[in-house]
Design a protein around this ligand. Sequence first.
Ligand code: EPZ
Length: 416
Amino acid sequence: MDKIEITGGVRLKGEVTISGAKNAVLPLMTATILSSGESIINNIPQLRDVMTMGKLLAHLGFGFHLENNQILLQTKKITSVDAPYDFVKTMRASVLVLGPLLARTGRARVSLPGGCAIGARPINLHIMGLEKMGARVILSEGYIEAKAKRLKGATIYFDIPTVTGTENLMMAATLADGTTLLENAACEPEVTDLANALISMGADIEGAGTSIIRINGVNRLKPLIYKVIPDRIEAATFIAAAAATQGDIKINSCKPGHIDAIVNKMTEAGVKALHKNDKFIVKGPERLSSIDIKTMPYPGFPTDMQAQFMAMMAIADSTSLITESIFENRFMHVAELRRMGADIKVEGSTATVKGVKSLKGAPVMATDLRASASLVVAGLAAKGTTVIDRVYHLDRGYEKLEEKLKMLGAKIRRVK
Ligand code: EPZ
């Protein structure tokens, strides 16, 4: 199992280019199921999750080819409608084949994802929506078995804005008979990006990016030719790294509108982060100011940045309250940050972070994707050496992270 070793205390300097977004490319890959032919997706990040999704699509009978940062998907022939547990247990986003398979073939058999480190992560809202569209869904032996001659347009209200739930049902609705309304839909940029991709395939969708999305079903879609948007969470992670090391960096290819909430909170914390001709200029202060955050659905402060922000607040000048309102167990990084000298108390969904002068390097363990990013930020800021174990979590969502940080002057290396 690889480890990452960081010797902290270096002020990051220089320029970094952000890769394509993990949470955009995964639904784009499953959207190709809706068409028959060769799809091409560019600006692909080289991530474990992309490989896992490619293997799953190959399992369904598709041709999958990844070269440099481009994917070719040949989706003429479907030879299976099964998404086995082996794929789903390592990547919950496998559930995104459910809607497209049902829309294209009238059948789908997808393993229930099971929980993960950050929470139970049910998919009841995905299933509720498909049943509203006329699918018959049964659960047997840990699998969801869904059947529908042809899905029908329906009005679907989400109790909670769910990102992949919105994506799954938006994809299913593109080929349904009639109009579907998704209400209280997720507004994340990745949802809007998926809608733009589906529209380029011939889908009829309005309102993506708002909480009411209308999809008028069509009879067929053509293959996808598309470019993935930059990863807003990767960009924000680099802002956090510069913020925590009094750094001075430039971030290329990040869409400014995608991280407004993060930039606002970073500015409150004393970070200079401004967007100038397609680059983000980020300057970290001598000492960060403690501020409170509460994670919310987009356009609120994203839950995927909560752990990284906590690492910054661990060395800020007073006390910060961090409330996680999306997932029930997304404080796994707290125990590891404490090993580095952080002063953090958790009560229910709120962590009280009392800033200390500096963290101390220590051996720590990654538990989930963003927790591992938080430990990298903490390691860069800490005095001494930090060794992060189980970095396969990191490899799921960050392309060449240590190379990019090395280019910014960080003393970081991967230990096989
Ligand atoms: C997506 O997960 C992202 N993953 C997550 O990123 C991200 O943290 C999350 O959205 C929230 O922004 C991908 O896009 C592949 P949700 P998703 O459905 O869709 C509850 C990362 O680090 N819920 O929006 O699974 C759920 O329990 C990952 O890149 C139901 O109750 O999240 C949670 O409390 C982690 N029933 C809330 O909604 C459902 O049917 C939001 O979950 C669906 C969700």
